[in-house]
Design a protein around this ligand. Structure first.
Ligand SMILES: Cc1cc2nc3c(=O)[nH]c(=O)nc-3n(C[C@H](O)[C@H](O)[C@H](O)COP(=O)(O)OP(=O)(O)OC[C@H]3O[C@@H](n4cnc5c(N)ncnc54)[C@H](O)[C@@H]3O)c2cc1C
Length: 263
């Protein structure tokens, strides 16, 4: 079970311990639920989740932290202590604890569940009369693994597949997963699944807060995380959907047009 702490330091705004909407089950039945956020994003992404942010209300300080070990205070909270021994003053703490799919109804109906309602790529459950879509599902992938994704795209695309399945039409959801999150003036966009990557290359300069991290496995592009670089994200989704991959050098070379690979 994962926990994210959002706390408001005195005279400031907010801090967060984690950001990512990806939840992947790597080993079916092992209980070993991997999560990109557990391993933590690569340094350029993590560092860009920290720092001074500006929005219409003024300045906000956002700090990406590892783990919270204790809350301090008597009648009410006064601070949050982290694994590095630091204590941050806080007068409000919001704790988000894990995600448990509400699959009781499906379980009671005898539908196969495994940390979510098990569905195929057409959102069909083990009961031919029942479909399921969204956060409550665990999708069976071609390699047999179960994949849980918690994102708006996943819910919408699985919903479309489910509606088609009810009409006896197969509309598989096979597009690369994508996710976005706006953190004040930082737009984080993720395409594909980076778990299992063996190399990364950065496109653009992290200090400009406009860059992307390209993840490769066996020289094949598997995911791209973009900070304030929507064109990279759009190209990445198209490349991943088309099964095309830039070389490692091309991905890191801003002069190389990724869209050219799609012609
Ligand atoms: C704080 C937060 C931030 C997020 N940010 C992003 C983001 O930036 N980008 C992104 O892509 N995704 C984001 N997500 C994830 C995204 O919101 C979810 O993946 C998406 O809403 C899932 O849609 P859903 O329809 O599957 O589930 P939900 O939106 O959770 O809807 C399920 C509904 O079913 C109802 N329900 C549950 N059990 C029953 C029952 N037994 N009977 C009847 N009704 C029931 C619930 O009350 C709920 O209304 C975020 C989620 C959270 C919590």
């Amino acid at each position: 079970m994962a926990a994210s702490f959002f706390f408001r330091p005195f005279n400031s705004a907010a801090a967060l311990s984690d950001f990512s909407g990806r939840h992947e089950m790597k080993d079916e039945g092992s209980g070993d639920a991997g999560r990109d956020g557990n391993r933590g994003p690569p340094a350029p992404i993590r560092q860009n989740a920290e720092g001074e942010y500006r929005n219409t209300d003024g300045h906000h300080r956002v700090t990406a932290l590892r783990k919270v070990t204790a809350l301090t205070g008597e009648d009410r909270v006064t601070g949050v202590t982290t694994t590095d021994g630091r204590t941050f003053p806080a007068d409000l703490v919001v704790v988000g604890v894990g995600i448990i799919p509400n699959s009781e109804l499906a379980q009671e109906a005898g539908i196969a569940c495994d940390r979510g309602i098990v569905v195929d790529d057409c959102s069909r459950t083990s009961d031919p009369a029942v479909v399921a879509a969204g956060d409550c599902t665990a999708r069976r992938m071609p390699d047999g693994a179960l994949l849980r994704l918690e994102s708006v795209q996943n819910a919408i695309e699985q919903g479309k597949s489910a509606a088609a399945a009810l009409l006896d039409r197969a509309r598989p959801f096979v597009a690369a997963p994508w996710f976005w999150s706006d953190q004040y003036d930082v737009r984080l966009q993720m395409a594909g699944l980076s778990a299992g990557h063996d190399r990364i290359v950065v496109r653009g300069a992290p200090e400009t807060r406009k860059f992307s991290v390209f993840y490769f496995r066996d020289d094949q592009l598997i995911a791209v995380d973009s900070i304030n670089r929507a064109p990279d994200h759009i190209a990445a989704r198209k490349l991943l959907d088309a099964g095309r991959s830039p070389s490692f050098a091309q991905a890191g070379d801003e002069a190389f047009g990724l869209a050219g690979l799609l012609k």
